[in-house]
Design a binder for this molecule. Structure first.
Ligand SMILES: Nc1ncnc2c1ncn2[C@@H]1O[C@H](COP(=O)(O)OP(=O)(O)OP(=O)(O)O)[C@@H](O)[C@H]1O
Ligand SMILES: [Mg+2]
Length: 362
């Protein structure tokens, strides 16, 4: 997401409480978090889904001198504009149909502590204006009220989309962006945390073994390799989910590749085909067909076309190439009629011309 954390050699870079991983990208995050905790300036947490933004927000609060005050989280993406308005700022009785009594908003509830505005990118432009005012003046009014309320609140916001892009496309106010972005902390995607996958796998194995009364101490090398090579689009949350499932399904004392979803082990099977080439032609074909079949849907009724056609097409391409694109020669090599060859080339979108005049075409 663009922003890289700075590195401060003199700041403690050990993992924060509850966080696993000692990759250099995460060590900068721990440093940034420790440095930011000391102040009351706004923090903007950026990072893909499942990278640990909520964990960092909570850690920041705990490390700050507001730790004894409240930590209030509001998911701005989960509520409609008007509900979020009264959730954040409160309302007075009668201000709208369902407002049967006065209500304290979350900003007031967070007084003396921290408010975590999760998915802040989802707020409407009207609410963005209100947020800007709270950030600048530390004051607001409840919905339907004229009385101004002042609060002492530290704001942490998170976005799981690129806020720079939201600003440049006019969906997020630039002034609010700068108010929030005083201390940006970028959570790296899991695929950019060298060495952390294994540590996280072992951590969650332990967590879920304890929870399920199981004992899995070993990880099959193929399982580990697949986990390390996987790209983790859902980041730590995705990893946590797979390990929980594997532990529940496991019947032995080892994390087996078969306990992992094909999304994960599929990658390494493909890699293995490349590395350990089958020893004879038949197993090469068996491997190829097996791989193609495993990609097909259960309901498919065109397996012949799906699997044989690409092979046929590749054969024609290679033979034609070897015959300098002379169709007559290629037909002879293939042992098929030249019209049949032409028909197939047309079918596969490879035909240029039936005439041998065009045989130099590539
Ligand atoms: N470094 C870590 N060590 C241990 N657990 C982690 C780590 N990072 C994330 N987790 C766990 O992964 C899950 C997802 O983390 P979290 O909810 O903080 O992500 P997020 O960035 O807020 O995701 P989203 O954008 O989807 O809300 C949580 O269960 C959290 O405890
Ligand atoms: Mg979150």
């Amino acid at each position: 997401m663009g922003t890289d954390n700075s590195n401060f050699s003199n700041v403690d870079d050990s993992p924060l409480e509850g966080l696993v991983g000692t990759s250099s990208t995460m060590r900068s995050v721990y440093q940034m978090t420790r440095l930011s905790a000391a102040s009351s300036s706004s923090v903007l947490l950026l990072g893909e889904t499942g990278t640990g933004k909520e964990l960092i927000a909570a850690a920041l609060h705990k490390l700050s001198d507001r730790a004894s005050g409240p930590f209030v989280r509001v998911n701005c993406g989960a509520l409609t504009e008007s509900l979020l308005d009264s959730e954040l700022f409160g309302h007075v009785r009668g201000s709208f149909t369902d407002a049967v009594r006065d209500r304290t908003g979350r900003f007031e509830a967070a007084h003396g502590g921290t408010i975590f505005l999760d998915e802040v990118n989802s707020t409407s432009s009207t609410l963005q204006v209100k947020l800007l005012r709270v950030l600048q003046e530390r004051e607001f009014e409840r919905v339907g009220d004229t009385r101004t309320i002042q609060v002492d609140v530290r704001v942490i916001a998170a976005s799981n989309c690129d806020l720079n892009l939201e600003v440049s496309e006019g969906r997020f106010r630039e002034d609010l962006f700068w108010r929030l972005n005083v201390l940006p902390i970028a959570l790296p995607p899991l695929r950019r945390r060298e060495g952390d996958v294994e540590a996280l796998v072992r951590f969650f194995l332990n967590v879920y073994c304890q929870a399920n009364g199981k004992e899995i101490k070993k990880i099959h090398p193929d399982a580990l390799q697949a986990l390390v090579e996987y790209q983790w689009p859902g980041n730590v949350r995705e990893l946590q989910n797979y390990i929980e499932r594997a532990v529940v399904l496991s019947q032995g004392d080892q994390l087996e590749p078969s306990l992992l979803p094909t999304a994960v082990i599929g990658d390494s099977t493909a890699a293995q085909v490349a590395v350990f080439r089958p020893t004879d032609d038949q197993s090469l074909i068996r491997e190829l067909v097996y791989n193609q079949l495993s990609k097909a849907e259960k309901s498919d009724t065109d397996l012949y076309r799906q699997i044989v056609e690409p092979v046929e097409k590749e054969l024609l391409v290679q033979v034609l190439h070897a015959c300098n694109h002379t169709q007559t020669k290629a037909a002879t090599r293939l042992g098929i009629n030249r019209n049949t060859l032409y028909k197939k080339l047309t079918e596969f979108g490879l035909a240029k011309s039936k005439s041998d005049d065009a045989e130099t075409e590539s």
